[in-house]
Design a protein around this ligand. Structure first.
Ligand code: PLP
Length: 408
């Protein structure tokens, strides 16, 4: 006998995990220190309470214990309808008649990504991730038995690097019959980059061409979608796909954490739009068996509350509340970017969303030095520091810029 109970595939520690650095910031604060904590991707109000959506909270308060049974494997139909209506707005009827829409309610966006990684590639195949990314993709890939490679997120002009992504697809199309790509857009974590329509349309064209040789699935990670543009209109990402011929498979990994303020309830969804009935049925079966064989069914009480809220009479109120939240974030991030520019501190291309990234020579060293000043940021790579502006108020932003000026 020995102590080696853990199977090889489950060995290994997580490196520089965001939650761990966040916990350090909290511990520092508990010691009575004045702490700037810009570690975790949770949108906080100025008073540090979690930014939520009152219409969603009301529904949870009134209904969360009314439906405590097991949900169907892929979630309640009302949740599917509510979420798709949220994304598709007045195009909902048209699109549900035009497409089959395989759909699964998941445990957050993370659950949706995990399902996608498991059902679109076989073990040992390579998923293509952005070079600057939410690090958890790598762990989700590893747990799905996948390897990963990265495509360069930006080209030398600071725009989305379509050329490098296509080169990577060509490289792997020789050895893999299926290619899986993650595109975290809009409001990319950690840069805050969003593809312009022109970039997205060019990407679609290129992917269509490459799809003549190999099956390509693009996972659109839309965890932050409503923080880009105006949430009253169908997001342009959908319009660009609906208004063009698409020869690859676009799959959406949706999260109800960031937009609906339901972080801990673990609600999200995986869905796609396809015209082929057999493909739709196969995708649905794959989603179902993945859910059933991992956690059996999603969080029924939370799904039914959000479904009620999205289909209820107060939908305009809910939508206005989310719009107000997005404006609050915009004011904060615009202020931060202006302050960085005034202080001559470089940042990576930013359009919208929770985070801003600073390029630097040694991110780990800088983050250690900042900790001495009770300031907690995330070294996202050797040469990039991530700042969760979503969790800072204006006076903290002022303080942070002062500290950054000193340390960087
Ligand atoms: N995708 C991105 C880019 C994220 O930043 C996150 C969370 O931080 C998620 C997906 C998953 O969020 P959740 O699992 O809470 O829905």
């Amino acid at each position: 006998m020995n102590n080696n109970y853990i199977a090889n595939r489950s060995k290994g520690k997580m490196k520089s995990d965001i939650l761990k650095i966040g916990a350090m910031a909290k511990a520092d604060k508990a010691l009575g220190n004045h702490v700037i904590d810009a570690t975790i991707g949770v949108f906080l109000n100025d008073d540090k309470s979690i930014n939520t959506v009152p219409a969603v909270i009301d529904n949870l308060n009134n209904n969360v214990t009314k439906n405590v049974g097991y949900a169907p494997i892929t979630g309640y139909p009302a949740f599917k309808e509510g979420l798709l209506k949220w994304y598709l707005k007045d195009q909902y009827e048209k699109r549900i008649n035009e497409y089959y829409i395989p759909f699964g309610a998941t445990l957050g966006g993370t659950g949706a990504l995990s399902i996608a990684f498991n059902i679109f590639l076989d073990p040992s195949q390579v998923v293509l991730l952005p070079s600057i990314m939410w690090g958890n993709y790598k762990l989700i890939a590893k747990k799905a038995g996948l390897k990963h490679d990265t495509y360069q997120l930006f080209n030398s002009e600071g725009n989305f690097n379509i050329t490098n992504l296509c080169t990577k697809i060509e490289e792997y199309s020789g050895s893999q019959s299926n290619i899986l790509i993650v595109l975290n857009d809009p409001c990319q974590n950690p840069t805050g980059y969003s593809l312009s329509d022109e970039e997205h349309l060019r990407l679609i064209k290129k992917l269509n061409k490459l799809s003549e040789k190999v099956n390509i699935t693009v996972i659109y990670d839309i965890a932050y979608l409503d923080y880009d543009g105006n949430n009253k209109q169908v997001h342009r990402i959908f319009n660009n796909l609906f208004n063009n011929e698409i020869k690859f498979l676009p799959v959406f990994a949706a999260s109800c954490s960031k937009v609906f303020g339901m972080y801990g309830f673990r609600v999200g969804a995986i869905f796609t739009f396809v015209k082929d009935e057999e493909l739709a049925s196969n995708i649905t079966s794959a989603i179902e068996s993945q859910i059933r064989g991992t956690y059996s069914s999603p969080n029924g009480p939370a799904l039914s509350c959000l479904g009620n809220a999205l289909l209820g009479e107060d939908i305009d109120k809910l939508s206005n509340e989310i719009y107000t939240n997005t404006l609050t974030l915009k004011v904060r991030t615009t202020y931060f970017i202006d302050k960085l520019n005034e202080a001559n501190i470089k940042h990576l291309p930013y359009k919208s969303g929770f985070f801003v990234c600073l390029p630097c020579s040694d991110a780990y060293d800088i983050c250690e030095k900042l900790k001495e000043q009770h300031t907690y940021l995330i070294p996202i790579a050797d040469d990039i520091v991530r700042i969760a502006v979503c969790s800072l108020n204006i006076s903290e932003i002022d303080e942070l810029v002062m500290v950054l000026k000193e340390v960087m």
